[in-house]
Write a protein that binds this ligand. Structure first.
Ligand SMILES: [Fe+2]
Ligand SMILES: [Fe+2]
Length: 353
């Protein structure tokens, strides 16, 4: 709506206990082109009018029976907890400085003395409606800006989601590439991830930490990408040199994953390096002992060995579940952290293979 249209159709509420003043005000405004004028003779009805009609300006007499202009002003202010967004013009036959002060303190924007000239009255109303119009424009602009801001926030959230999905997909594909090197069925790393997550849950890890561990765990053997097939798929015993070469997969994996910025990649790097360390310090590659091995690496060690024992490998047959569980228990305090073995013992082992 163009400004002049808004001004002409603006809703004007005039409140006065004197019918002549109301009629005069109405006539003056009509003559000036305003078409939407409401009048109220009884001050007790003003609040209802105000709420129902949502006027653009209120012209309020000061001296009235029942509720005077200042009491009404206070009522109107209380009806709008966020503050009145429309101008209030007060009129009085006694426009003293004290009266003016009271009106302004109460939240009115102007006070006009009665009797007033036609020109004075109409000009004041026009000026105040211009303020109202400017305020309304600012409000509308704020709404548009707020809507744009919301849109942007949604776009950023969508982008973030897409990025996260892409990242998770790359991680899963990387894990799969490593896995295919030594596990024909392609399920070893997934089972190790599930078992690790269950152990972590049993140890009291938060749901978020369990999820990060489950996402990172499939990457534990990704360094096997760099181990030759002749060693990886060898059916017989490995020579000492082949064993050393095989053991390189920990360092190769952590090198491959190093420098990642996501929590998943950082944890995967730690796990790749530490999942063959042993509680008693006899593991590799660094011979770490006890709690100096990251807890996630200790968890992976149990899950990894259990899965390796219960499945066939080029160099061995699959063990029965109870035999594998007995072996894990036997290695508590030697190869494995006793606390983690305890959490593993509480799981339903048949469901893990
Ligand atoms: Fe490994
Ligand atoms: Fe493994």
């Amino acid at each position: 709506m163009a400004p002049h249209e808004f001004l002409c159709s603006a809703k004007i509420l005039i409140v006065d206990d004197d019918e002549n003043t109301l009629a005069l005000g109405k006539t003056l405004l009509r003559t000036a082109g305003y078409t939407n004028i409401i009048t109220a003779l009884d001050s007790r009805q003003v609040l209802a009018h105000f709420v129902e009609e949502d006027p653009d300006i209120v012209i309020l007499d000061v001296l009235m029976p029942h509720l005077n202009g200042f009491q009404l002003l206070e009522l109107l202010q209380r009806s709008a907890p966020g503050g009145l967004s429309l101008p209030i013009l007060m009129m009085t036959a006694l426009p003293t400085p004290e009266m003016r002060h009271l009106a302004l303190v109460g939240g009115a924007v102007d006070l006009i003395g009665k009797p007033f000239t036609a020109e004075d009255f109409v000009l004041r109303v026009r000026n105040l409606l211009n303020i109202r119009l400017a305020f309304r424009d600012v409000q509308q602009q704020n709404q548009v800006l707020f809507a744009e801001l919301l849109n942007r926030a949604e776009e950023v959230a969508d982008y973030q989601l897409e990025l996260n999905e892409a990242q998770l997909e790359v991680i899963a594909r990387l894990a799969h590439a490593g896995e295919q090197r030594d596990d024909q069925t392609g399920k070893h790393t997934q089972r190790v991830a599930v078992t690790s997550g269950l152990i972590a849950h049993g140890l009291g890890f938060s749901a978020g930490k369990v999820e990060v561990l489950q996402r990172a765990a499939p990457l534990h053997d990704v360094g096997k990408i760099g181990v030759p097939d002749s060693i990886l798929l060898k059916a017989g015993r490995l020579t000492p040199e082949e064993i050393r070469s095989m053991q390189q997969h920990c360092a190769m994996g952590s090198d491959l994953l190093s420098g990642g910025r996501s929590e998943i990649l950082q944890l995967a790097e730690d796990i790749a390096l530490s999942h063959h360390e042993k509680w008693d310090g006899c593991g590799y590659p660094r011979g770490l002992r006890g709690e100096s091995i990251p807890i996630e690496g200790r968890i992976l060690a149990v899950a990894d060995v259990f899965d390796a024992l219960t499945h066939e490998r080029p160099y061995k047959k699959a063990w029965a579940v109870e035999e594998a569980v007995a072996e894990i228990k036997l290695q508590s305090g030697r190869q494995f952290d006793p606390q983690i073995v305890e959490a593993f013992m509480a799981l339903r082992h048949e469901e893990l293979v």
